[in-house]
Design a binder for this molecule. Structure first.
Ligand code: 2M8
Length: 446
């Protein structure tokens, strides 16, 4: 099948199933051919949530295959690299083996991604009978606990209840404006400033693999790419040791999206543990409780919104993005605050264009309808918001978002992301989490 062509008369479910088949590597699924040839952490979680409707064994394999990459300290890396010889350069860029906790014989990145793992395990469990579910949960629980313990022990050194992130890639919303602003203000090295001053960024574009598959206006700017790789290089120099990273003043942010997903994941973790009558470690339970309380401290009463904040100074990062809506998914904020967020979702000048939800609100100076995480609508963030809307009882809003999300893929195919004003496809085609979450929207009761 050529890219972007829909087979005649094939239903959306068939198309989505075909995309997952196309990207299937046996026990895991790549996000898309060519541009994303490895296994990504939160992608596989979203993929399993869709796959559970097609083949629950395969959905389980998608999640257990992530354990290949788990570090001995519990860390789950955002990328597990393909072993194929022509990806040597990708593996060498990270050199995960320099950290003593990294797994033997599996090359990974040295950072994590939003912890969707518990949600995915739970969702897959819902498709199993009671006995199978218990054994599934028992199988996954030790690694899941190890991951959540690592998140708190390693990434919440001041025991604040919020975990920190050390690179924009950890948020999954790579070039999201609040992080780009920080990168720009605090971490742009002289040589990148020189490239900017001399307008020579175009030369770098010649070496960018992503631009072979996506037009430049739909990806990071070249200066952003250079800054992201420079930030990654600094982490590598510290062998991905969080303590050293913080001590050397590399930037650390308590990201709103990440922490909201963690709060929800903690709820799922507790449900899973309860189902198999397992007592979670008291220290972990204490951290979980703290997280729920501390989320409220990120609320800005004047702006009527939540912000991410700087780990060291606690300065709020007052740059609008879709993260603002993620407390809906966390599920622990008050109904009143949830209603305030929903009003922003209704506002057609903010988060309510024809094909919501834009990754940056329309009235932000950073909004660009085509550019990656700086404006386009994405199926995974729609799924998270939809889930939150349902739990807060905003059923009509949830139904409307489900409908526009499905309309968007019906109209444009299973693209990576979409122009929120026109619904036009952007990024790469045949994107796995778009396909998987389409399946989930089609198959789960609305
Ligand atoms: C994007 O991230 C990678 C780096 O990890 C990239 O930019 O190449 C993001 O959209 C991220 O959320 C996603 O998991 C990954 C694979 O789909 O691509």
């Amino acid at each position: 099948m050529s890219e972007n062509t829909k087979p005649a008369k094939s239903s959306l479910l068939d198309q989505a199933t075909a995309v997952l088949k196309l990207n299937d590597c046996g026990t895991y699924t790549v996000p898309a051919e060519n541009l994303y040839p490895h296994q990504w952490l939160w992608d596989s979680c979203f993929i399993a949530i869709g796959l559970r409707w097609l083949d629950v064994d395969r959905a389980q394999a998608e999640l257990t295959s992530l354990l290949r990459g788990q570090w001995a300290n519990g860390m789950m890396p955002n990328i597990i690299f393909s072993n194929e010889s022509h990806y040597r350069r990708d593996r060498a860029l990270w050199r995960s083996w320099i950290n003593p906790y990294s797994p033997d014989g599996v090359a990974t990145s040295g950072i994590t991604q939003p912890p969707m793992f518990a949600e995915a395990i739970w969702q897959v469990g819902q498709r199993l009978n009671a006995a199978e579910r218990r054994s599934w949960y028992k199988q996954m629980l030790p690694s899941l606990i190890a991951y959540h313990e690592w998140l708190y022990l390693d990434r919440d050194p001041h025991e604040e209840g919020l975990v920190l992130q050390v690179h924009p890639w950890e948020t999954g919303l790579d070039n999201t404006p609040p992080w780009m602003a920080e990168l720009h203000d605090h971490l742009m090295p002289w040589w990148i400033r020189a490239i900017r001053a001399t307008h020579t960024a175009g030369i770098v574009n010649l070496f960018r693999r992503d631009l072979h598959y996506t037009p430049p206006g739909q990806r990071f700017s070249t200066l952003e790419v250079l800054s992201l790789f420079d930030a990654q290089r600094r982490l590598r120099r510290k062998a991905y040791d969080t303590d050293k990273i913080i001590r050397h003043g590399l930037f650390a942010i308590e990201d709103l999206t990440f922490n909201c997903i963690l709060i929800r994941a903690n709820t799922r973790l507790q449900e899973i543990a309860k189902a198999v009558r397992h007592n979670l470690p008291p220290q972990l339970l204490a951290s979980i409780e703290k997280s729920e309380q501390v989320l409220d401290t990120l609320w800005d009463e004047y702006a009527k919104t939540y912000w991410s904040r700087d780990f060291i100074t606690h300065r709020p990062l007052k740059v609008p993005s879709i993260a603002t809506l993620m407390p809906l998914y966390a599920g622990t904020i008050s109904k009143e605050r949830a209603a305030i967020l929903v009003r922003q979702l209704e506002d057609d000048g903010k988060f309510g264009p024809a094909y919501p939800v834009p990754s940056v609100p329309l009235d932000s100076p950073d909004f660009d309808p085509d550019r990656y995480w700086q404006g386009p609508a994405w199926m995974n963030t729609n799924w998270l918001i939809l889930d939150g809307l349902k739990r807060y009882g905003f059923t009509e809003h949830a139904d409307a978002l489900r409908e526009t999300s499905l309309e968007m893929v019906e109209k444009s195919g299973l693209a990576e992301y979409f122009d929120p004003n026109t619904g036009e496809p952007l990024g790469v085609h045949n994107f796995s989490w778009t396909a998987a979450l389409t399946i989930d929207l089609l198959c789960s009761k609305s």
